[in-house]
Every structure is written in structure tokens, then in C-alpha cells.
Design a protein around this ligand. Structure first.
Ligand code: HEC
Ligand code: HEC
Length: 282
């Protein structure tokens, strides 16, 4: 039984990945507005890779250049909107984010690089969207934003930008250990009609072409990311959802425990890469 499932999986992979068309990441250096970012580094301990690469290194030169200049980066429109929201009073407190948190450049610096992070009160790790919504509900006294709303994407992009250039570094021990293991299990679990795991594409076949796409290691250092295909920003969990749909699996719920665990595990696989938020992808 197990064996035949395995065979279906390998056949599906062979059918969609053109194994002959190996194309390594390019040698371009990622410099954004004069700041050099780490898009390639020695893999963290215990990694399946020797070297880890940002997804930026697998994109076409036309897509790459959009991320290097803030005036060209289409994700910056949302960042502007984020600044507006940051200054707008709302809810029963009658306060804006800025009224309580002050200058975003200081109060939110470094946050994105260490997410998701353990939260004692919640008794679980929280992603950026969870932290924002808790603050909106409990401190600002306003209604939470939907996970994939324009407001949430603008704010996660703006907050993420305050960590641009900083290396991903997440806690995976202590109370996070169980969540890390859970995320790892999900990463290697074959699911869907195509019976494939994240690892079958992003670990076994990165560098290869999958249909017209140059397959990367599936890193999340650039999120929320502006995708030309989406004509807008999308969250980490939206990307996970899209990848699960590609293999005809039923995606988990954005914001739910499965995707939060998966986000933690995938973040740990990218430790050392620079935060690129908001990145630009195809
Ligand atoms: C059938 C192959 C396939 C599977 C299985 C798959 N992906 Fe992907 N994924 C892709 C393709 C194709 C892209 C777009 C090209 C790229 O960036 O690699 C992509 C992109 C991504 C990206 C965006 C990378 C960036 O730099 O913006 C992330 C993150 C990601 N995948 C995570 C996952 C996770 C987590 C899973 C398992 C739930 C998964 N993928 C399963 C094919 C796959
Ligand atoms: C009335 C004051 C108040 C307002 C208004 C407010 N916050 Fe907060 N926020 C707090 C306090 C206090 C904390 C720390 C305690 C906690 O994490 O719950 C916090 C925590 C956070 C955190 C987690 C920071 C970290 O380092 O873990 C984020 C992110 C955040 N707020 C974002 C926002 C955003 C975005 C807005 C506006 C939409 C906002 N907050 C509005 C008081 C406020």
C-alpha cells in the first residue's frame, strides 16, 4: 500500500518537473537602494541544503530589478497605505498605532526577522498577523483585520520593511520545539491527489524547471511578497495555500495552527537570509 502511494508520487513529480533542464540560481547580488542583502549563505545546522538561496536569485532579470529600487517596487504602494493606517486613530481607544508605538522605524525594527515567535499568553507561537490583530482588538479596541485584507497586507509590509536587511533568526527550542517538529512533519508529508510534499519540489527539485517556473528553495524571507501574477501582495499563508492547491491538496486555514507551525519550520530553513519585505516575484 505504502509502496504504491510512493510510486504515484514519483510519477507525478517526473511528469511535472523537467529534470533535464537544470538551471542553478544566478550570481547576481541583491542590492536594494544601495544596501547589500544576503541572498545566499551557508545553510543552518541540520539543513538538507549546503547553501541556501533567496527566491530572488531564481527570478528573471526583469523581475529582479523591480525589487532593487523602491520607486519601481510595486509593493511600495501598499507600504504607503500602511503608513496612513499607522497614523489613523481608530476603535474605542481613539488612538492610532503611532500614538502607542511611536516611530515605527524604532518600535517595529527587527520584529519580522524573528517570526513566528512564542507567546506566553496565547500558549503558542504567533505570526505577524496574529500580533497585529491582538493589538487592534485588545489595545486599540477596534475590529480585527482579515488575514488577506488590504489593511493587513499593507501593515505587514510596512512592519516587515523595518527589518529589511536583517537575518532571519527564529526560536526553535524550548516551547517552540513541538511546533518546529509539527511544521517539519507537514513539510515532508505527502498530500493531495498528486501525493507530493513541499520537500519534493523545494528540496529535491530546486533549480529545476517546473513547467515555466524556475523552482526555488521555497524561502519566506520576502513576505508579504508582491507577485506579478497576483497583481498585489500576498501573505506567507496564501503562498502555502497556493502550493498545496498545485498538488490538489486541501489547503489548511490561513492563520491556523498547521500553517503557523509550517511557517516556523520554513523560516528556520532560511536562517541567515536577509528579510526582503516587500519582495517582488513572478
Ligand atoms: C509541485 C511543486 C510544489 C510543491 C509540492 C510546493 N511548491 Fe512551493 N512553489 C512551487 C513553485 C513552482 C513556486 C514558484 C517558483 C519558486 O519560487 O520556487 C513555489 C513557490 C513557493 C514559495 C515562494 C518563494 C519565494 O521566494 O517567494 C514558498 C514560500 C513555497 N513555495 C512554499 C511551499 C510549501 C511550504 C509547500 C508545501 C506546503 C510547497 N511550497 C509545495 C512549487 C511547489
Ligand atoms: C492603545 C495602545 C495601542 C494601540 C492603539 C496599538 N497598539 Fe500595538 N501594542 C500595544 C501594546 C501595549 C503592546 C504590547 C503588549 C502586547 O503584545 O499585547 C502592543 C503590541 C503590538 C505588536 C507586537 C509587538 C511585539 O514586539 O511583539 C504589534 C505588531 C502591534 N502592537 C501592532 C500594532 C498596530 C499595527 C497598531 C495599529 C493598527 C497597534 N498596534 C495599535 C498597544 C497599542
Amino acid at each position: 500500500m505504502k509502496k504504491s502511494i510512493g510510486l504515484i508520487g514519483s510519477a507525478a513529480i517526473a511528469a511535472i518537473v523537467a529534470a533535464s533542464a537544470v538551471a542553478d540560481p544566478d550570481d547576481n547580488n541583491l542590492v536594494i537602494e544601495g544596501q547589500s542583502l544576503v541572498s545566499e549563505t551557508t545553510a543552518p545546522e541540520g539543513s538538507a541544503f549546503e547553501i541556501i538561496y533567496s527566491g530572488w536569485r531564481f527570478r528573471s532579470p526583469e523581475t529582479q530589478v523591480l525589487e532593487t529600487d523602491d520607486f519601481e517596487n510595486p509593493g511600495m504602494v501598499a507600504v504607503e497605505y500602511g503608513y496612513e493606517l499607522w497614523e489613523t486613530a481608530a476603535g474605542s481607544s481613539g488612538k492610532s498605532c503611532a500614538d502607542c508605538h511611536g516611530a515605527i522605524e524604532e518600535s517595529m525594527s527587527g520584529l519580522r526577522a524573528g517570526l513566528p515567535k512564542w507567546d506566553e499568553a496565547a500558549g503558542k507561537p504567533l505570526s505577524l498577523e496574529h500580533l497585529i490583530n491582538r493589538s487592534i482588538k485588545e489595545h486599540q479596541g477596534a475590529d480585527a483585520w482579515k488575514w488577506e485584507s488590504a489593511e493587513m497586507l499593507a501593515m505587514t509590509a510596512l512592519i516587515g520593511l523595518q527589518s529589511r536587511g536583517m537575518p532571519l533568526d527564529v526560536q526553535t527550542d524550548g516551547p517552540m520545539a513541538d511546533w518546529y517538529e509539527r511544521g517539519k512533519e507537514l513539510y515532508y508529508a505527502r498530500v493531495g491527489q498528486l501525493d507530493m510534499a513541499c520537500a519534493n519540489c523545494h528540496e529535491d527539485n530546486w533549480g529545476n524547471m517546473i513547467r515555466a517556473d524556475h523552482l526555488s528553495q521555497g524561502q519566506i524571507n520576502g513576505f508579504p511578497t508582491y507577485r506579478l501574477k497576483w497583481q498585489g501582495l500576498g501573505s506567507i499563508h496564501r503562498r502555502f495555500k497556493g502550493c498545496m492547491k498545485q498538488i490538489r491538496a486541501t489547503p489548511y486555514k490561513p492563520g491556523g495552527d498547521e500553517f503557523t507551525a509550517l511557517e516556523l519550520y520554513v523560516a528556520s530553513r532560511g536562517e541567515g537570509l536577509s528579510v526582503e519585505t516587500p519582495a517582488v516575484r513572478q
